[in-house]
Design a protein around this ligand. Structure first.
Ligand SMILES: O=P(O)(O)OC[C@@H](O)[C@@H](O)c1c[nH]c2ccccc12
Length: 267
């Protein structure tokens, strides 16, 4: 069993347990369920946007502990102050050390769009994403078939959330549908953990034009960022590079400032 299979097996148990505890009907009474959220794509395409989506992540199967004691209150306001285009918050507990409360707290601390970073395999999790305050959901091509991808993406849009659909190879392009606004190309293979920016760059040229290309994972320098930007990416999902530093928000500010300086110089 590879790590993705393990995560999905665990996720099935978690979803069953969560549904027993809180029904979809009850989720609809959560404070954030009926809230209007600002659109992720608008923030990404805004003038002067760096396209950086900074992620809150305590640990991961590929890296182990990154910042195990990290507290949302100490990081999210700083990410927002750094002028990022959006936030990503891991809600998976067992493998990434996150929880739903992290996302809800993030929602209360900033006005930026927030993506729920989760292994979504069931419509219940889409309702839950809306209830806890997400503006967008991640769907992972490697764990969904075409029908599931359509059902989950359509539901997210119906609930007012946008969809970031993650793919890793050309074959997964088939899974995209008209309810997908952003396509994430994961530079990291979720099965082998290998990072390869060049493969993402090749794949980027094959995406449907109406979907916004986002580069995910393994971005570790402004040079990496510029390389991906020049290849046409409009969004840059970055977690570990910020989270592993003693002051993630400060690191994010520094990175954003350097990006701004170098992109102004290069035009
Ligand atoms: O920490 P990194 O290498 O900057 O990567 C961030 C993000 O792309 C990564 O956390 C991620 C990409 N796709 C995922 C799917 C599930 C969980 C996590 C992820």
């Amino acid at each position: 069993m590879n790590i993705l299979d393990k995560i999905v097996a665990r996720k099935k148990e978690e979803v069953a347990a969560a549904q027993d505890k809180v029904s979809v009907k009850e989720l609809k009474y959560y404070r954030h369920y009926n809230e209007q959220v600002s659109l992720f794509t608008e923030h990404l395409l805004a003038e002067n946007s760096t396209g950086i989506i900074s992620e809150f992540k305590r640990k991961s199967p590929s890296k182990g502990d990154i910042n195990g004691k990290a507290v949302v209150d100490e990081i999210i306001p700083g990410y927002a102050a750094a002028g990022v285009s959006g936030i990503s918050i891991l809600t998976d507990h067992d493998f990434f050390g996150g929880c739903n409360e992290d996302l809800t707290r993030g929602r209360e601390l900033c006005k930026l769009p927030i993506i729920r970073k989760e292994f979504i395999i069931d419509p219940y999790q889409v309702y839950e994403a809306k209830a806890i305050g997400a503006s967008a959901i991640l769907l992972i091509g490697a764990i969904l078939d075409k029908t599931e991808a359509l059902e989950l993406a359509a539901l997210a849009n119906a609930l007012g959330m946008q969809v970031l659909f993650e793919i890793h190879d050309e074959k997964e392009l088939e899974l995209l549908n008209s309810y997908v606004q952003m396509v994430g190309i994961n530079n990291r293979n979720l099965k082998t953990f290998k990072v390869d920016l060049e493969q993402s760059i090749r794949l980027a040229s094959k995406l449907p034009k109406e979907m916004i290309p986002i580069a995910e994972s393994g971005i570790g320098s402004v040079d990496d960022y510029l390389k991906l930007k020049n290849a046409g990416f409009k969004g840059f999902l970055m977690g570990e590079y910020f989270m592993k530093q003693s002051d993630p928000a400060g690191a994010c500010l520094e990175f954003s400032q350097e990006v701004k300086q170098r992109t102004i110089k290069s035009v």
